[in-house]
Design a protein around this ligand. Structure first.
Ligand SMILES: *[C@@H]1O[C@H](CO)[C@@H](O)[C@H](O)[C@H]1NC(C)=O
Ligand SMILES: *[C@@H]1O[C@H](CO)[C@@H](O)[C@H](O)[C@H]1NC(C)=O
Ligand SMILES: *[C@@H]1O[C@H](CO)[C@@H](O)[C@H](O)[C@H]1NC(C)=O
Ligand SMILES: [Cu+2]
Length: 375
């Protein structure tokens, strides 16, 4: 483990399955060999290409820094879920299930509802929710948060890889049948059963005032997490009729199923063209932060949610759609892993200038939806 850990250098080889010629050609573009293997089924999208074309800037920037143990050659590489082999996906799933089977370390008097090590992370998010989501902390705080989760998977559960991210674009046309959510043994489990879930209110005028429900919202019935026990929360849920937590802060024991509404409409607000324009058309850090949060509203656009909302409500449900307890759905770490990648690509367009920048909150942001109210 080293300092470049959070620098997500990913995705430089075009497809292991498409032949060594392509691999060689891609690898020769760079002076280092530490590159990720790609799934040839997915051609590079406009953001992947931007990512790739950004690497020389990263190399130039790294070359100006004091030589230490942290180099592009030994940097940890986070990869997209579908770029992992089926065996690698299963290794990752095994590690998450392992974390969910280990006893919690959180003090019982403060977090009586934490039933596993996995829940320790959920509780941390719940109890630091204010500071963790201010403009100054959202990016850096979540970068650190994902990193300590990844560290726990590796050090406490023997996982050899790194935290995968979700490239929403790959799944947006048919998320329910994708490698991420098709519900088979190497997926992160499937959709929730049909329910009366009504969708998520959004801070825009009609007809954009809601991400409509996609038909799910009930208990997940397929895949490795179908028997997962959710205990913490709800606090700011988007679902109705959930069992109430015995404590107002949601940290009591409230055992229930994992619920989801796998939502194509939400995913369509996170396709590669949205991500690309977010990065390239918002050179000011506050403009970048605000649009990422959904503001200002895109004119005449059917999916103006912003990457943060769009990515969260691809899964929504409980606890995935709960502002406080959202890391209780293991999908959370894929979503914030991608957001971290997007911020990193933005930073690396001009690293000397942009790495030190922190959003100030100027210009107002679109806010996050908490159980029907906007914060
Ligand atoms: C750097 O690498 C050397 C040799 O492997 C090791 O002894 C040292 O502890 C490392 N330093 C840091 C800060 O990781
Ligand atoms: C699950 O679905 C993925 C994606 O379609 C596929 O690659 C994999 O072979 C399937 N089966 C299992 C057992 O993982
Ligand atoms: C992205 O593409 C979709 C589909 O063509 C379009 O509706 C949407 O307006 C585009 N968004 C941006 C930000 O370019
Ligand atoms: Cu968060």
């Amino acid at each position: 483990m080293h300092g470049l850990q959070s620098v997500v250098v990913s995705a430089l080889l075009a497809g292991a399955a498409s032949g060594s010629v392509i691999q060689k050609k891609q690898a020769e573009k760079f002076s280092f060999k530490n590159v990720a293997i790609r799934n040839a089924q997915f051609p590079l999208d406009v953001v992947d290409k931007l990512h790739e074309s950004t690497i020389p800037k990263v190399e130039a920037w790294m070359a100006t820094k004091k030589k230490g143990n942290c180099t592009l050659e030994n940097a940890a590489i986070r990869r997209e879920w579908s770029d992992l082999s089926v065996a690698e996906r299963e290794d990752y799933i095994k590690a998450v299930l392992c974390l969910q089977s280990k006893p919690a370390k959180a003090p019982k008097d403060k977090v009586p509802g934490a039933i596993s090590r996995f829940d320790d992370f959920v509780a941390t998010h719940m109890t630091t929710v204010g500071p963790l989501h201010g403009p100054q902390q959202l990016f850096g705080g979540h970068r650190y948060y994902i990193w300590i989760y990844e560290k726990a998977l590796r050090e406490e559960c023997g996982y050899k890889g790194y935290q995968p991210y979700v490239n929403y674009d790959r799944y947006a046309q048919d998320p329910i049948n994708s490698a991420l959510f098709n519900g088979n043994a190497s997926s992160m489990s499937g959709n929730g059963a049909p329910s009366t879930y009504n969708g998520v209110p959004m801070p825009y005028p009609r007809p954009y005032d809601k991400i409509a429900a996609a038909g799910g919202g009930g208990c997940v019935t397929t895949g490795p997490f179908k028997d997962m026990v959710v205990s913490l929360g709800p606090v700011g849920t988007v679902l109705r009729g959930l069992p109430r937590n015995p404590r107002a802060d949601g940290l009591g024991s409230n055992k229930r199923c994992l619920r989801r509404d796998i939502n194509k409409e939400s995913a369509l607000g996170a396709t590669a063209n949205y991500t690309y324009s977010l990065i390239m058309e918002h050179t000011d850090i506050d403009a970048f932060y605000n649009r990422y949060m959904g503001m200002p509203q895109l004119k005449n656009d059917r999916h103006p949610w912003g990457l943060h909302n769009a990515g969260h409500y691809i899964v929504g449900g409980d606890p995935g759609g709960d502002f406080y307890a959202s890391p209780g759905d293991p999908y959370f770490y894929f979503h914030h892993g991608m957001l971290d990648r997007v911020w990193w690509i933005w930073q690396m367009q001009d690293p000397v200038k942009r790495v030190p920048l922190i959003p100030t909150g100027a210009g107002g942001h679109g806010g996050m939806v908490i159980g029907g109210s906007i914060t």
